[in-house]
Ligand binder design. Structure first.
Ligand SMILES: [Ca+2]
Length: 164
């Protein structure tokens, strides 16, 4: 078989695959959680962090993040111990259904195990194009995290601490 003929077969094979369609891999949401200077600016190893995606109709209750329940969540623990200090955290949510969402993240920076909106680092994603990302403690006016049917979406947040 000539190289040209082999390439033709490969081309036909790829065209058939494209027509039949491979099952789509659901979207993956990745990003970083940056800690601003309104709190200590860093957290030690062993600290838990949480990322929550809420439905476009959700009115997020900062006193109870389980009601309404988020559509997807992830929880992680920073590696290392008290000697490690993190000023930002990378996160990843796999298998996110297509749709528009509100994104909230929090870090248990006061070590209480639960979420404290006066005391923990947290924030909504509410980036304005062209503006420097900053801490936003208010739910945005519309669901601004747009997840396609597949692919990787990168959303970075700045988290801050409200005064007690
Ligand atoms: Ca806490």
């Amino acid at each position: 078989m000539t190289t040209r003929r082999a390439l033709t077969f490969i081309g036909i094979g790829m065209a058939v695959l494209a027509l039949v369609g491979c099952p789509a891999i659901p979207a993956i949401l990745i990003g970083s959680l940056g800690l601003d200077s309104s709190g200590p600016g860093s957290v030690p190893g062993g600290t838990q962090y949480h990322v929550l995606l809420f439905a476009p109709t959700a009115v997020v209750d900062l006193d109870d993040l389980s009601d309404p329940a988020p559509v997807a969540t992830m929880t992680g623990t920073l590696p290392g111990g008290p000697g490690a200090a993190y000023t930002s955290i990378n996160y990843m949510l796999a298998d996110v259904p297509e749709g528009d969402y509100f994104l909230l993240a929090w870090v248990d920076s006061n070590g209480s195990a639960g979420f404290d909106h006066n005391g923990d680092y947290f924030g909504f994603y509410d980036w304005i194009p062209g503006a420097f990302p900053t801490f936003n403690n208010n739910q945005p006016g519309y669901p601004n995290v747009n997840i396609p049917s597949s692919g990787v979406v990168d959303v970075d947040l700045v988290l801050g601490v409200l005064g007690t």
